[in-house]
Design a protein around this ligand. Structure first.
Ligand SMILES: Cc1cc2nc3c(=O)[nH]c(=O)nc-3n(C[C@H](O)[C@H](O)[C@H](O)COP(=O)(O)OP(=O)(O)OC[C@H]3O[C@@H](n4cnc5c(N)ncnc54)[C@H](O)[C@@H]3O)c2cc1C
Length: 389
């Protein structure tokens, strides 16, 4: 939209868009409560929420402002809940309020807690559907899309005007002036293709959901979350209504045995070897081995997972749930085992045309779907300066 004079193409390795994270997530429009005040994550989420609602209104995409409760089930969680409230205020999240257990019951009669934080503007949407609208808009602006195009190599072309050749795994090539890569689970592998360092590495964590049986779907209306553990802010099994009327419980977070490991049986030995050989992963695994094992046990033994939910909605029993979908999170990790929470852009200016003309977005941290329109603006600014557009 900003550069109508440019010819822009989008390449995707799968046979449809939103095949991975963007189409396999919780479907929540996040309000921006959790993130560190002043951080890019916080700003982009708060802005992204407004942009999402405006965009969905304009395009007629269905969403529900279901609201969200973060529930403290024990007294010892209250100080952390109050911290989240302060954070939310600092981040400019509108209309959040603290509720006592009586007010909580008025909003969600089946939910138990000593205190809760209510965020009325949190919503639900199908991010897969939103992606299809982005693609339609892109094409309407003159963009071209190539599906089944798995970028496997970059090479330098002779032609001075279009010096970067993007080559797929079947040998098809596209020549271009500039390239931006946003490859989610494969963003580290693709960055290495132009000589960038291996780190931060992407470690795939599978998030599995349970479905609540339709007979019980009337017992909750809002998104209900526990107070997060500050060490693992993205964890915490929650209850989420979906736009299709079903209710999902989850996700957990367990190491996937391949970048696209949606099930236990999806194993890619080369990728697994790389993960286990990575010093950052080994450090994290050693530090939190007990925690990781418990998550794995909860994945296999459904009643253990249900027990997590019963802390705040006792009426949900194992008989009320069935296996649901799964998504795989691209978790960027540094060599020392820390989880990378910020955006990471990378290029290799030392390697001629390819280095200076290929920019990699190696980490677009969650909640990347909510923030997507705001992220797009930021990336467009970045490309303008990097490439002198
Ligand atoms: C379980 C889970 C729950 C989540 N819940 C929420 C939520 O409720 N709300 C929210 O806002 N966010 C949520 N998120 C985060 C959000 O989904 C992601 O931040 C966002 O979708 C990331 O988008 P992306 O385009 O960076 O990655 P992706 O959607 O994964 O897209 C990357 C694309 O690159 C393609 N690709 C990779 N390698 C190549 C190659 N070599 N050649 C060509 N194409 C390639 C892939 O096929 C893929 O389509 C969740 C994530 C997960 C995993």
């Amino acid at each position: 939209m900003r550069h109508p004079q440019l010819k822009i193409a989008l390449v995707e390795k799968e046979n449809r868009f939103a095949y991975h994270q963007s189409g396999n997530n919780s479907g929540v429009i996040h309000a921006g409560i959790y993130y560190k005040p002043g951080s890019l994550k916080a700003k982009l989420c708060v802005k992204g929420l407004d942009m999402t609602y405006k965009y969905a209104d304009k395009k007629g995409i269905k969403y529900i402002k279901s609201g969200k409760l973060i529930v403290a089930t024990h007294r010892h969680e209250v100080p952390r809940l109050l911290e989240l409230y302060e954070r939310g205020l600092k981040n400019g999240v509108r209309d959040i309020k603290l509720m006592d257990s009586k007010e909580l019951k008025e909003v969600e009669p089946y939910c138990n807690g000593v205190q809760a934080l209510w965020s009325p503007h949190t919503g639900i949407i199908s991010w897969g559907e939103v992606t299809q609208y982005y693609v339609k808009d892109f094409k309407a602006c003159g963009g071209t899309t190539y599906l089944n195009f798995e970028v496997s190599k970059f090479a330098e072309a002779q032609e001075a005007d279009y010096p970067v050749m993007i080559i797929d795994n079947k040998g098809n090539a596209i020549q271009s002036k500039y390239v931006l890569t946003c490859c989610g689970l494969h963003s580290d592998t693709v960055a290495v293709l132009t000589g960038c360092p291996e780190e931060p590495k992407i470690i795939p964590f599978r998030g599995e959901y349970l479905y609540l049986r339709p007979s019980k779907s009337n017992i909750v209306k809002a998104n209900i979350y526990p107070v997060p553990d500050p060490r693992f802010p993205f964890l915490g099994v929650h209850v989420t209504p979906r736009i299709d009327g079903r209710i999902i419980l989850g996700p957990n977070a367990i190491l996937a045995f391949s970048k696209e490991g949606y099930r236990w049986g999806d194993v890619n030995f080369n990728e697994l070897k790389e993960i286990i050989g990575f010093s950052g992963f080994r450090k994290l695994a050693m530090q939190y081995a007990g925690f990781g094992l418990k998550e794995m046990a909860r994945s296999v033994i459904v009643p253990l997972q249900v027990k997590q939910i019963q802390r705040f909605v006792q009426h949900i029993t194992t008989a009320d749930v069935e296996k649901g979908p799964a998504g795989v999170r691209a978790q960027a990790m540094a060599k020392d085992g820390t989880l990378v929470e910020d955006f990471v852009f990378d290029s290799n200016p030392g390697s001629g045309a390819i280095g200076s003309r290929v920019l990699h977005c190696r980490n677009a941290p969650s909640p990347g779907a909510t923030s997507s329109l705001a992220i797009a603006e930021m990336i467009a600014d970045k490309m303008k300066t990097e490439f002198n557009l």
